[in-house]
Design a protein around this ligand. Structure first.
Ligand SMILES: CC(C)(COP(=O)(O)OP(=O)(O)OC[C@H]1O[C@@H](n2cnc3c(N)ncnc32)[C@H](O)[C@@H]1OP(=O)(O)O)[C@@H](O)C(=O)NCCC(=O)NCCS
Length: 174
């Protein structure tokens, strides 16, 4: 069982060691972050949660033994009723055990717990099969592809846009 706990400075070192290269960082957090991930960058993410209403919520995922299994964030656009799942990661040592879909189920449930949220979306690099399979499994549909949208070293990556609407999510809860 996965539980989400509020992301706090005491968790910064755990998350930081999961991101071992610039490639890991961009795969996780997109091209706007700089490697290596610093406390300052993490503090800025936490700060976004201090507005009313919050613009971003960040969590660590823990199991019943309080072991850290992963991390996830939700960026909230209250004006349009859109939540964006972001910065999903499962700890490298526990990948491949099905934790990703439990983490996603938990964060999407959290997103739709806000009555104002009608749509939950995310961006994922199209080659990231484990992530795309997870998102499909929890009900996200492919909505489009931003081709060649990110540069990483000599490579260019395509970004897939995926989303799930409230009625689609509610139908899955029956
Ligand atoms: C993406 C990520 C969260 C998935 O977590 P995970 O624990 O590895 O995934 P799971 O064990 O829950 O498996 C998810 C699905 O992907 C498949 N999968 C896992 N690793 C795979 C791989 N290397 N290649 C292809 N498929 C893979 C699994 O078989 C499963 O699919 P299925 O249920 O249809 O069989 C994890 O790999 C990760 O943290 N990656 C680094 C950060 C990242 O890419 N985040 C996503 C940003 S959008």
């Amino acid at each position: 069982m996965i539980r989400l706990v509020e992301f706090e400075p005491e968790h910064f070192p755990t998350l930081t060691i999961w991101l071992r290269s610039e490639r890991d960082l961009v795969q996780w957090g997109g091209p706007d972050l700089t490697y290596p991930l610093t406390e300052h960058q993490l503090e800025q993410m936490v700060e976004e949660g201090k507005t009313t209403p919050p613009a971003r919520l960040c969590w660590m995922a823990v199991d019943v033994a309080q072991t850290f299994l992963g991390h996830v964030q939700l960026a909230l656009d209250w004006k349009n009723g859109v939540a964006r799942v972001a910065r999903v990661i499962i700890a490298p040592e526990v990948r491949g055990r099905g934790h990703a879909s439990a983490l996603l189920e938990a964060v999407v449930k959290q997103a739709f717990s806000y009555r104002a949220i009608e749509r939950t979306e995310l961006n994922v690099y199209s080659w990231n099969t484990a992530a795309v399979r997870t998102y499909n499994k929890v009900g996200f549909s492919h909505e489009g592809l931003r081709r060649s949208s990110v540069r990483i070293g000599d490579e260019r990556w395509d970004t897939a846009v995926m989303g799930i609407l409230r009625p689609e999510w509610e139908a899955r809860q029956l």
